[in-house]
Design a protein around this ligand. Structure first.
Ligand SMILES: Cc1cc2nc3c(=O)[nH]c(=O)nc-3n(C[C@H](O)[C@H](O)[C@H](O)COP(=O)(O)OP(=O)(O)OC[C@H]3O[C@@H](n4cnc5c(N)ncnc54)[C@H](O)[C@@H]3O)c2cc1C
Length: 406
């Protein structure tokens, strides 16, 4: 890139992936403009910080990479080049000290995204990045220019290279509405339909259960589905179940409910005790004591946990310690569907990884590079979504720099 006439790069989408691309490009001397359809940038990132911004995870990199399932090999090089350690260092460079939580997840000490985003945008502006909010990208002209709809009407923009980081298909009110897929199909990209990921599931709870326990968490329960076991928190909601433990199994559960109409999840309410230990504790109960009282006293189960056991087996709980212990260890809960996609933390689907080259350039449209959740990969919660969004944003920017050099 010659210093007298810097290359003009348009970044469309001002979420974590687009902003990281803008940072790398402007640091290398490109003239960068970030366009976003919303009045302000990083809205989903800010939302991610609402319940504690889980930036990344501290587990060994090999295990970390396996969280991306079938996309692992495509993402490996990009995440190895910008691994969790680099992300932590980067956040610290923006004044955000981090800590590792008990589950190994990494958070900024402030827990929120707002101080990090504020500092980041300030730094990008100081680096010369221009921001054009309220511009919705609507497609390409026949000559390959970018079309935008904005407050002053339609605009056409020509750029030497483009980074698209338009996000997935959930939480449309935060900006990522997934409407861009039509223009991409028209441009020859293969689109895998969006599917909810890290999403809650519908459970036909009884009215009584819903009324009493919607909004109650069950902490540190064990969950088993299709031979996979995880431990985590679940949240009882009026429509069914949500929360970190559920999200960890959500891609397998989603595939099952979509394929077979339902899935049976087994919930272990005392994963710290064996069935035998539970049975012994229950056998020590007083004669004539109600089963609910016994569960509360002997196993310290909460009213919501006992309610869940009743939902799992019909109103009458089993009377023998053996049967009751088996139920506590594996209460079957029937899931009958996914919560609406717009409520999902993230989405699977988007532009197929076959449609981009190793530098994330769209094969059908040279000079257009893609990053973040709009690409077809998925991962559980735990910081994997942001890590891959940042890493692909950086990789796409490096791809643009290599393209502009040629
Ligand atoms: C409630 C919630 C909690 C979350 N918590 C975490 C967490 O703790 N850890 C974690 O790793 N991940 C978390 N995530 C997921 C994470 O926020 C996303 O994976 C990440 O923001 C994706 O980054 P992105 O840059 O690819 O897309 P986005 O952040 O979605 O940004 C895309 C941008 O593109 C813009 N855009 C879209 N279409 C157009 C268009 N046509 N024209 C112009 N602009 C357009 C949008 O307005 C948006 O600003 C959470 C998500 C949610 C909803």
């Amino acid at each position: 890139m010659s210093s007298s006439s810097p290359s003009k790069v348009a970044v469309i989408g001002g979420g974590p992936a687009g902003l990281m691309a803008a940072e790398v490009l402007s640091s290398a001397g490109a003239s960068v403009t970030v366009y976003d359809r919303m009045p302000s940038l990083g809205r989903k990132f800010l939302m991610a910080g609402r319940g504690g911004l889980n930036l990344t995870h501290s587990e060994p990199l090999d295990r970390f990479l396996r969280r991306y399932g079938p996309a692992t090999e495509r993402l490996r090089g990009m995440i190895e080049a910008f691994p969790p350690k680099a992300l932590i260092k980067w956040a610290e460079g923006l004044g955000q000290q981090t800590f590792v939580g008990s589950s190994g997840r990494v958070f900024p000490k402030a827990m929120k995204a707002s101080p990090l985003l504020r500092e980041w945008l300030k730094q990008l502006e100081a680096q010369g990045v221009a921001f054009r909010p309220r511009r919705t990208w609507t497609g390409w002209t026949d000559a390959g220019e970018l079309k935008f709809a904005g407050p002053e009407g339609d605009e056409v923009v020509r750029a030497d290279a483009v980074i698209m980081a338009l996000g997935g298909g959930s939480w449309a009110k935060l900006g990522s509405d997934g409407r861009w897929t039509t223009a991409f199909e028209g441009a020859g990209a293969r689109i895998t339909p969006f599917r909810p990921s890290n999403v809650g599931f519908l459970v036909p709870w009884s009215e009584v259960f819903k009324e009493r326990f919607a909004g109650t968490p069950l902490k540190a329960v064990g969950l088993t589905f299709a031979g996979r076991q995880v431990k985590g928190e679940i949240m009882l909601s009026a429509y069914g179940l949500e929360g970190g433990g559920i999200y960890a199994l959500s891609s397998a559960l989603r595939d099952a409910v979509e394929g077979q109409g339902e899935a049976v999840l087994e919930i272990d309410l005392r994963p710290d005790l064996s069935a035998g230990q539970i049975e012994n504790k229950l056998a020590r109960g007083r004669k004539g004591e109600s089963v609910a009282n016994l569960l509360r006293k002997a196993l310290n189960l909460s009213p919501a946990a006992i309610g869940l056991l009743r939902e799992a087996c019909g109103v009458n709980l089993p009377a023998t310690p053996t049967a009751l212990a088996a139920l506590v260890k594996a209460a079957p809960v029937k899931l009958t569907g996914c919560a609406p996609m717009d409520r999902a933390i993230s989405t699977a689907g988007g532009v197929s990884l076959d449609s981009v080259n190793a530098d994330l350039m769209l094969k059908a449209r040279p000079g257009v590079f893609l990053a973040g959740e709009m690409l077809d990969w998925e991962a559980p919660t735990g910081g994997y979504l942001l890590q891959a969004s940042f890493a692909t944003g950086r990789a796409a920017a490096l791809g643009v720099l290599a393209y502009l050099r040629n």
